[in-house]
Design a protein around this ligand. Structure first.
Ligand code: SAH
Length: 382
């Protein structure tokens, strides 16, 4: 994983968490991958799910909208304070649900103003989010899982292994805390799922979190300002775009099957060519484009030959190529391509007609940059 501010707009699959999803009270409640033993959090429910729940409880649907407004428009956090509800309903809700706030264990500020939040979860694990100021933009990078099962060789989070999926409330919670921390004057303008984890391996929870974040009567984040980055899980990419209107970033990182399999082991299951064929078929909105992420690794994927192959592979697609200087971490085996090499690579792709940006490394001194999250996690696989 990791994080970044952009300078303009934007096989052997490791085991995934199994989750038994059941219908409970009209709401989809995912069990088996949240904090063990915890009561469900009302912030795990989308507004339609909350309406369904109210229906089951014999309450009019508008009660759900009232609860929603307390939760997201006004920021109240206790059922007892929801004074427009009947006392009985407040008590019933309080008996079935909790409303948790993610505790912040630490906020670390990098020299460039990037701030890394370390959140403590119910089960004692921890996860990070990163807030990146960049001119008029304020980008929040959120985690979708604790750790990651995909083991990309140049990513520290992947190195450390997978612990569990985050619940929708734990994803939305990162936004709520960061937005409050940013304060009145500074609004989060963009949100990227580029923190710990593979968001599409936690698809239902990520989609519910997106539904909650984008609900117009609540937080009202524009889906066009949310980017979900994936290692390239094909069925889930299709499903994400069928069920939401968010932007998609795809981690490409190589121009041959062999190199990509070496760097990104899931390429064995969803190979480079199949991935690009799927991307060509995805229903991308007219004014939007897929971003291809390409981490620049010296001597591995940064040759002129690679650049020519990349241009050929993406020919005819509406896309942005995002070149990411590799962020080193202790124990890692790669080096970043030198910046002049990255600039030449970018320039040549631009003259082939591509929109290319070079991601500025942000927050590296506090381990907040791309692929550097999870260092504060003592034992992910325990
Ligand atoms: N699981 C998602 C999100 C990963 S983080 C995905 O695979 O897309 C966002 C980007 O940072 C990905 O493209 C990821 O491959 C890249 N990345 C990971 N580690 C990195 C590192 N050490 N240096 C630079 N980029 C890295």
């Amino acid at each position: 994983m990791a994080v970044e501010a952009e300078s303009q707009p934007s096989g052997a699959l490791a085991p995934q968490a199994s989750s038994a999803t059941e219908m409970r009270g009209g709401a989809r409640v995912t069990e088996g991958d949240g904090p063990p033993g915890a009561m469900p959090d009302v912030r795990d429910l989308s507004l339609p799910a909350l309406r369904g729940l109210m229906g089951e409880m014999g309450e009019p649907a508008y009660r759900a909208d009232q609860v929603w407004s307390f939760l997201y428009a006004r920021g109240h956090v206790r059922f007892e304070e929801m004074h427009t509800l009947t006392k009985a309903l407040r008590a019933t809700l309080a008996a079935r649900f909790r409303i948790s706030a993610l505790p912040v264990l630490e906020v670390t500020r990098a020299r460039d103003g990037t701030e890394k939040f370390l959140f403590g979860l119910e089960d004692g694990r921890a996860v990070e989010a990163v807030l990146i100021p960049d001119g008029r933009r304020l980008t929040l990078c959120v985690s979708s899982q604790v750790g990651c099962a995909y083991a990309c060789r140049f990513c520290l989070t992947g190195f450390r292994g997978f612990a569990r999926n985050l619940q929708p409330s734990e994803i939305v919670g990162q936004y709520l805390v960061a937005a409050a921390h940013a304060g009145e004057g500074a609004r989060i303008t963009n949100m990227v799922f580029m923190g710990q984890g593979e968001p599409l391996a936690n698809l239902d929870n990520v989609i519910t979190a997106i539904d909650i974040l984008t609900e117009p009567t609540g937080l009202s984040v524009s889906p066009r300002r949310i980017t979900v980055s994936t290692v390239g899980l094909l069925p889930q990419m299709r499903e994400l775009l069928a069920r939401t209107k968010v932007e998609l970033a795809v981690s490409l990182h190589a121009t041959t099957e062999a190199t990509r399999t070496d760097l990104v082991p899931s390429n064995r299951r969803y190979g480079l060519h199949a991935l690009l064929a799927t991307c060509r078929e995805l229903p991308i909105a007219k004014r939007s484009r897929i971003t291809y992420e390409y981490t620049m690794l010296a001597g591995v994927n940064d040759s002129d030959e690679d650049r020519r192959r990349l241009a050929k592979l993406l020919r005819g697609t509406r896309c942005t190529i995002n070149l990411i200087p590799f962020n080193p971490f202790p124990g890692g085996e790669f080096r970043s391509s030198p910046i002049d090499r990255i600039e030449r690579f970018a320039e040549a792709l631009r003259s082939d007609g591509y929109a290319v940006m070079i991601r500025r490394t942000r927050g590296a001194d506090v381990f907040a940059a791309c692929g550097m999250l999870g260092r504060t996690q003592p034992e992910i696989n325990s």
